[in-house]
Design a protein around this ligand. Structure first.
Ligand SMILES: Nc1ncnc2c1ncn2[C@@H]1O[C@H](COP(=O)(O)OP(=O)(O)OP(=O)(O)O)[C@@H](O)[C@H]1O
Length: 235
């Protein structure tokens, strides 16, 4: 039986701007399993980022329930959600959000300094192939290298979950593939449950499961019997 990491039950998220209500999520039931790599696909505005933010404890659902293992995140206080994020969740976003005045090593140390069980920043940077770039500043690095620093920062606390929102969205295909290789490597080496949002339909071919969104709901879930290596993905 699969080991369930996340379970959502009829999750909705409603944004109200003036009189206008937007149903960003309109009833999502989903399970995510330990160690899997899941890709979330769907049109712009279909609710992917909203769900990722709720799973990652950055936001609350409007209704429904969300569990991380046995822990009910649904009504957790902001303070407890902060602790949950710190202890269990790594985030990777499209734009790397590195501190420009800090070196790669120092950017990663921002996280390792406050985590309960971190790996050394140097080890995290070595994991993403940047052992020889640790003292470079973001402005001295390519987009792909900066994204790899962001991934090193995310994994340095040894998170159980890695949530990636358009991690290759700002990258050309060659650098994008390198970033995907790093994500796959981390997934395989550490067993980190990895969720990747993408607009690039090709990337679904490296996932264990592909979860398709439409109008705030999951329209399909597919299992890949065979997966492609990132280097085999062309876009
Ligand atoms: N803070 C907010 N206030 C109001 N509406 C919001 C807010 N955040 C998201 N929405 C709306 O919720 C819907 C779902 O947005 P979401 O970002 O989850 O979609 P998405 O599938 O991730 O889209 P994209 O692929 O473009 O990132 C959209 O209609 C969006 O405009």
């Amino acid at each position: 039986m699969s080991d369930t990491v996340f379970r959502t039950e009829d999750v909705t998220k409603v944004y109200q701007t003036g009189d206008v209500k937007v149903f960003a999520l309109a009833g999502v039931d989903l399970e995510l399993y330990a160690g899997e790599m899941a890709v979330l696909l769907g049109p712009s505005g279909s609710g992917k980022s909203t769900l990722l933010n709720i799973l990652g404890g950055l936001d609350h659902a409007t209704s429904g329930r969300v569990w991380f293992r046995e822990t009910d995140l649904t009504d957790m206080s902001d303070r407890d959600l902060t602790r949950y994020r710190r202890d269990y969740v790594g985030f990777v976003f499209q734009f790397y959000n590195l501190v420009p005045s800090l070196s790669a090593r120092e950017n990663v140390q921002l996280v390792t300094d406050v985590s309960p069980n971190p790996m050394p920043a140097e080890d995290a940077l070595a994991q993403v192939g940047l052992a020889d770039r640790m003292d470079h500043f973001p402005s001295e690095m390519s987009g792909g290298e900066q994204q790899r620093v962001a991934i090193a920062r995310a994994i340095a606390k040894r998170p159980e979950i890695l949530l990636c929102d358009e991690p290759t969205g700002a990258l050309d295909s060659t650098t994008g593939v390198q970033v995907l290789e790093v994500l796959q490597d981390i997934n395989e080496r550490f067993g980190t449950t990895t969720v990747i949002i993408t607009h690039n339909a090709e990337i679904q071919r490296m996932a264990h499961r592909v979860i398709q969104f439409q109008d705030g709901k999951i329209s399909s879930v597919a299992i890949n019997d065979t997966r492609l290596a990132p280097a085999e993905i062309v876009w």
